[in-house]
Design a protein around this ligand. Structure first.
Ligand code: SF4
Length: 499
């Protein structure tokens, strides 16, 4: 008996999604922070879709993904495939497989890149067919063609919907940034988390209520103004302003970098690194999604920069550069709604120039040269005392970046750079490595604070008294005065000094 399948390979093609499906099918999605996912729910609900974020991925999802999908996959694929499958399995037990296939569809990003991101859909397909859920619908938004319309006409990822989605994600970045700058210094445990929940609900409502015109000019005008979302951000700020903080606690600042999925999510897929670092006494500088969006614009504009002889090259290049400017302008507007507290997004040309001696900016896959550029930027521009870089097990682009980082470390031997390989099941190994560098980061932060006190001519008690007198709002821009740490910059600011 032959064990070789005689069936020809057929590329995956989902059943169509009709307008009547819109009434009864729930779109599932995931892979972002809870804030961004909640705001995307608002965007979809406001556009007439049933939508629901998958639960946060867990170790059980990793094991399920490894069991049912291909074994050579990178760890983010195993987490995301297992996450979807476990959700569908639980639902199937409650309501039957056919009902699940008819009632849910999965919407995710896809690509044909140089890394396994281009093969995610095959992992999902394999896992689902191993479960007998072959007819389940998976819809992919290609990063190079995000609006890919689906057969049936029920799923319309129109420019209006995509514009709302991008603003929702950016607003979530802003909220996350404020949250991470306040929580380590809060005087009442849990106060920042409560403020963040309230802030996200304000924005959820604004995303749901947003009415965007259908025509291109209308979408552009709405995106620039988006009054409802901007007003919701101002209301969100008031929730954070009610959090009492003491920013004179000395803490090392740790910048998170790495592969997109691992640096973005908060949970088992990255060993809960964000909350672990905070429990260990650090302030975390998280990775906003907006940098990735700007990187995609930069990467695509490079194609036209290199081929000026192609038709419409100048037009396409100008359009991409304008889109990048508009994106960053909008993000800065959102930062201003939070009194300038969220970090400014590093400029792509800066990151590319910093990385250029070590990594070609045209190499795609993973974070490309950004991983190197961000590490050098954080270290040389006093953005953090330490960098925690999250490398997925089985990731080819990341392996290349790590190789290049060996040369970067040779040029910057004082850089505290923790390369953490994330497999999902070797937590102790990764975190103990991180802890070793964190110990050094703590002593650097303490030494920097002493220098800041000296430069400002203040004692700690004088600095505390002056901070209490000034009665500044909690959510406000904190000027950088040459130090990496929040406490050191605050002391320098109070004393009108620089390091
Ligand atoms: S960048 Fe690496 S971890 Fe991410 S999808 Fe590609 S191969 Fe997988």
């Amino acid at each position: 008996m032959s064990i070789v399948s005689q069936k020809d390979y057929q590329a995956y093609k989902p059943r169509g999604f009709t307008t009547s499906d819109k009434e009864k099918v729930t779109l599932l999605f995931g892979g972002l922070t809870w804030r961004a996912e909640r705001l995307l729910e608002g965007v979809f609900h406001g556009s007439g879709y049933h939508a629901r974020a998958l639960p946060q991925a867990t170790k059980a999802d990793l094991l399920r993904g490894r069991e049912l999908a291909d074994v050579g996959q990178c760890c983010p694929t195993a987490f995301t495939a297992g996450n979807l499958v476990n959700f569908l399995l639980d639902e199937s037990k409650a309501r039957g497989s056919q009902d699940v296939m008819d009632s849910y569809a999965y919407l995710t990003a896809g690509s044909c890149g140089s890394c396994r991101f281009g093969q995610y859909h095959q992992s999902y397909e394999l896992a689902l067919s191993n479960l007998g859920l072959d007819a389940f619908r998976l819809f992919f938004m290609d990063q190079t063609n995000p609006d890919g319309a689906q057969e049936g006409g029920g799923l319309d990822l129109s420019p209006a919907l995509l514009s709302k989605a991008v603003l929702g994600i950016m607003a979530a970045d802003v909220i996350q940034d404020v949250e991470y700058q306040l929580r380590p210094y809060e005087l009442e445990a849990g106060a920042t988390d409560r403020a963040s929940q309230l802030a996200v609900e304000e924005l959820y409502q604004a995303c749901q209520d947003a009415k965007v015109p259908a025509n291109t000019l209308g979408v552009a005008a709405w995106t620039l103004h988006s009054k409802g979302i901007m007003r919701a951000l101002c209301r969100a700020r008031r929730h954070f302003d009610a959090v009492a903080v003491d920013r004179l606690q000395v803490k090392p600042k740790v910048k998170i970098t790495g592969e997109f999925y691992l640096q973005t999510v908060e949970g088992d897929p990255n060993y809960n690194i964000h909350s672990w670092l905070e429990k260990e006494g650090a302030e975390v500088y998280p990775a906003p999604v907006v940098i990735w969006l700007d990187y995609l614009l930069r990467f695509n504009s490079q194609y036209w920069e290199d081929r000026p002889y192609l038709p419409r090259a100048r037009f396409n290049l100008a359009a991409l550069r304008l889109a990048s400017k508009a994106l960053l302008w909008k993000y800065d507007q959102m930062r201003r709604a939070m009194n300038g507290l969220p970090h400014r997004v590093p400029r792509q040309h800066d990151l590319r120039d910093l990385a250029a001696p070590y990594f070609d900016g045209r190499l795609s896959g993973g974070e490309g040269d950004m991983l190197i550029g961000k590490a050098i930027w954080a270290h040389t521009r006093n953005k953090a005392h330490m960098i925690a870089e999250l490398s997925p097990y089985g990731c080819m682009p990341n392996t290349m970046s790590i190789g290049a980082m060996a040369a970067v470390q040779g040029a910057h031997p004082d850089m505290l750079w923790a390369a953490l390989e994330v497999k999902g099941d070797s937590e102790i190994h990764a975190l103990s490595r991180c802890q070793m560098l964190l110990t050094e980061a703590k002593s650097r932060a303490a030494e920097e604070f002493d220098r800041a006190l000296h430069a400002s001519g203040l004692t700690l008690s004088e600095a505390k008294a002056r901070a209490a007198e000034t009665r500044q709002p909690v959510v406000r821009s904190l000027p950088s005065r040459g130090a990496s740490g929040t406490a050191a910059n605050l002391v320098l600011d109070l004393g009108g000094a620089e390091l």
